[in-house]
Write a protein that binds this ligand. Structure first.
Ligand code: FMN
Length: 326
């Protein structure tokens, strides 16, 4: 499949869906620059507004939405269907009924996977395409090995379906390597966190740029004890071991809190982060966003992938898309 044609793109570059970071503003900038804009999960009413914003700012372009299944509800699915989005990226969960419902509504369904088993399952669900995530990616991880190592296995399972590569893509050379290895397109997260249109807190961006390593951890796992990649801050220094793993107390709290995600209110990031303290091992997945107090950056997850170490500055999204396209 020619993804440029299918998704009305100028370049085979997709923005990753990142809650609070990939909102309408960043998505519209990426779509206008010819890339595939994926809006991160947000309250359904805001989701509709963000889709509308992209359509107004980038008429004729495709709009994609990420359904982060740990927190997505029926109302999010309905919002995608009613807004007539072109693409939904299903991640961290999903099932055949969801994929069928979206496809019946004319939505192209991509499922993010990190293992061959997950890829096979997504194909059984009826996914139209896969996103193969590598372990070097920023944010939450399904990836278990490097993206370029996993890609051939995902391609073998996907057969004629397109496979996007996610993880470690920050330059045109990274994109070229992914395409040469058989990817239909690339998905970039960290590169777009570091753009002017990103919803990330400016101090969070500065911390990524200043970082000399990333950590794979489960520390920010309140209600969602899954692996994720961050750059260090005060709370990881205090509550993670040298290899990044959460110490015993936060790990125990996180595993006990797993059922809470079904009750997490929408838009709860700010109220949850307000209560987080470096001294108390209760760390939610919420990231620090623009408009929040600066000191919250030392109590929240600073998601970033290994490509953070190769990125030198915050640039306009249009430039990021052009650089990624090579
Ligand atoms: C700040 C941040 C938030 C993310 N949030 C989500 C999310 O809500 N849903 C999802 O499917 N992936 C999420 N991801 C992972 C991305 O989809 C993607 O796999 C990853 O960013 C690619 O690796 P890169 O960061 O090296 O570009 C997030 C990544 C980052 C950096």
């Amino acid at each position: 499949m020619d993804v440029l044609d299918r998704f009305r793109l100028d370049v085979p570059v997709a923005l990753a869906g990142m809650p609070g970071i990939a909102g309408g503003r960043l998505a519209a900038a990426v779509a206008s620059a010819g890339g595939l804009a994926t809006i991160g999960l947000m309250a359904p009413i805001e989701l509709r507004a963000a889709v509308g914003w992209v359509r107004d700012e980038a008429p004729g372009r495709c709009v994609a939405v990420n359904l982060l299944m740990q927190f997505a509800r029926r109302r999010h699915v309905q919002a995608c269907v009613e807004a007539g989005v072109d693409v939904v990226v299903v991640s961290f969960g999903g099932d055949a009924a969801l994929v069928r419902e979206l496809r019946d509504a004319g939505v192209f369904v991509l499922v993010m996977v990190g293992t061959e088993d997950q890829a096979r399952e997504a194909v059984t669900w009826g996914a139209d395409g896969l996103i193969a995530q590598g372990r070097e990616a920023g944010g939450h991880l399904v990836g278990t090995v490097a993206a370029l190592e996993f890609l051939p296995r995902a391609l073998a399972v996907a057969r004629e379906r397109p496979v996007f590569l996610a993880g470690g893509v920050a330059t045109g050379a990274d994109t070229a390597a992914a395409l040469a290895a058989g990817a239909a397109a690339v998905v970039a997260g960290t590169r777009f966190v570091l753009t002017e249109e990103s919803g990330a807190h400016r101090e969070y961006q500065r911390r990524i740029l200043a970082a000399d390593k990333t950590l794979e951890t489960t520390l920010f796992g309140l209600s969602w004890p899954a692996r994720h990649r961050v750059v260090p801050n005060t709370v990881t220094d205090r509550w993670c071991r040298a290899d990044g793993a959460a110490r015993r107390l936060p790990a125990l709290v996180n595993s006990l809190s797993a059922p809470l995600s079904r009750w997490a209110p929408e838009n709860s990031e700010s109220s949850v982060l307000r209560m987080q303290r470096a001294a108390i091992p209760l760390f939610s997945p919420a990231a620090p966003l623009e408009g929040m107090p600066e000191d919250w950056v030392d109590r929240a997850a600073l998601y970033a992938g290994e490509s953070a170490l190769r990125i030198n500055g915050v640039i306009p999204a249009k430039q990021a898309v052009a650089e990624l396209a090579g």
